[in-house]
Design a protein around this ligand. Structure first.
Ligand code: T46
Length: 134
């Protein structure tokens, strides 16, 4: 599977650092919604779904976690351990987040508003939909 990871430019001087994210400039999606995941309890897996059409860029702005991406053929794990690493999670990619540090804050820049209808929460349904696309 081809991963799309962006190394975001870190601006900074002796006062500290700053990263800017701009839609369709340094990430390739429109941003209609921003949310963040935090306070994840030990041993918990989050996500565990795919989206029919939503695209997201994920950035771990504090702490760390791992993200498993699965396109139905191949599984890849990305270690989200750097504040300047941005990961594109395209539509029709099953994703699971785990191994959260207790201070982890995972930011999502999402291409659309929240819509439960866009979620595929059953793995077998995900595979069936992928096969029907071929
Ligand atoms: C994803 C991964 C990375 C809302 O009301 N609005 C929202 O924008 C979102 C994202 C969620 N919610 C509600 C729905 C649930 O009652 O918040 C609750 C927790 O959502 P969920 O169980 O989907 O959370 P995660 O951490 O499993 O997954 C989330 C996103 O939902 C999902 O799109 O890709 O983070």
């Amino acid at each position: 599977m081809e991963l799309t990871i962006f190394n975001l430019k870190v601006h900074g001087d002796e006062r500290g650092s700053l990263i800017a994210i701009e839609e369709n400039i340094n990430i390739p999606i429109n941003i209609k919604r921003v949310y963040y995941i935090f306070n994840t309890q030990e041993g918990v897996r989050r996500g565990c779904h795919a989206h029919k059409s939503l695209k997201q860029v994920l950035v771990c702005v504090h702490g760390s976690c791992k993200i498993l991406l699965d396109d139905g053929r191949e599984k890849v794990t990305v270690n989200m351990d750097t504040v300047s690493k941005a990961l594109l999670v395209d539509c029709m990619i099953w994703h699971e987040m785990y191994d959260f540090s207790n201070d982890c804050v995972l930011l999502s820049l999402a291409s659309d508003f929240y819509n439960e209808e866009d979620y595929i929460r059953d793995y077998r349904e995900f595979i069936t939909l992928l096969n029907n696309q071929d």
